[in-house]
Design a protein around this ligand. Structure first.
Ligand code: 5GP
Length: 206
């Protein structure tokens, strides 16, 4: 049976532990695909082009926007980010599921695009990762010693804006205890292979 892979659109505010959780799920599900985004931000120490992001100059990013190469793109803080169609569509057509770690603006663009695109509508699910409370999130953000007070204030403001959108998603995972959240998320992602929307309509034809 030829299944369509699932596009797992994953969002959550800065400081919620998204990267750590995604790392845990990757260990448990090595078959899961990940979309490498394009960004105009500069690489942080240890980040590699083509592994963590495709790091592009702003002009190259704009050229790709104009060429219609992105499923979605958005400005997050001072930088541009975008998901390439080719990163996602080839994988799901081959039957692999793919995770998109993107912000709320980008996720909502994909929701809107899916309203006019039946393949995208069949393929996408929306998962939000939340903190146990705003106070806990603030404590976690302040725990990152590398950030200045101004950076913390900006991140908190952004986090509050993102948190307000949790109910626009299909699923909510709360990252209180990391082990519990990782287990919940792995179980959730595994269940996506059983979605009827992913199964060809002619399944039971004679
Ligand atoms: P960072 O610069 O810390 O890697 O990511 C900052 C934010 O940008 C995160 O919330 C991340 O989810 C979001 N982001 C990363 N890639 C994309 C993308 O392709 N599209 C959108 N809309 N957001 C992205």
């Amino acid at each position: 049976m030829k299944k369509l892979g699932t596009i797992i659109v994953l969002s959550g505010p800065s400081g919620v532990g998204k990267s750590t959780l995604v790392g845990r799920v990757r260990q448990a599900m090595p078959e899961l695909g990940f979309s490498i985004s394009c960004t105009t931000r500069k690489p942080r120490p240890g980040e590699q082009h083509g592994v963590h992001y495709y790091f592009l100059e702003p002009e190259e990013f704009e050229r790709r926007v104009a060429a219609g190469e992105f499923v979605e793109h958005a400005q997050v803080f001072a930088n541009r980010y975008g998901t390439l169609k080719c990163e996602v569509l080839d994988q799901i057509r081959r039957g692999s599921s793919v995770v998109l770690d993107i912000d709320v603006q980008g996720a909502m663009q994909i929701r809107a695009a899916a309203a006019n695109d039946p393949e995208l509508a069949r393929a996408t699910v929306f998962v939000f990762i939340g903190p146990p409370s705003v106070a806990v999130l603030e404590r976690r953000l302040r725990g990152r010693a590398s950030d200045s007070e101004e950076q913390i204030r900006l991140r908190l403001e952004g986090a509050r804006r993102e948190l307000a959108c949790w109910n626009k998603y299909d699923y909510l995972v709360i990252n209180d205890d990391l082990d519990v959240a990782a287990e919940e998320m792995t179980g959730l992602f595994r269940s996506f292979a059983l979605r009827t929307a992913a199964i060809p309509e002619d399944l039971f034809h004679e």
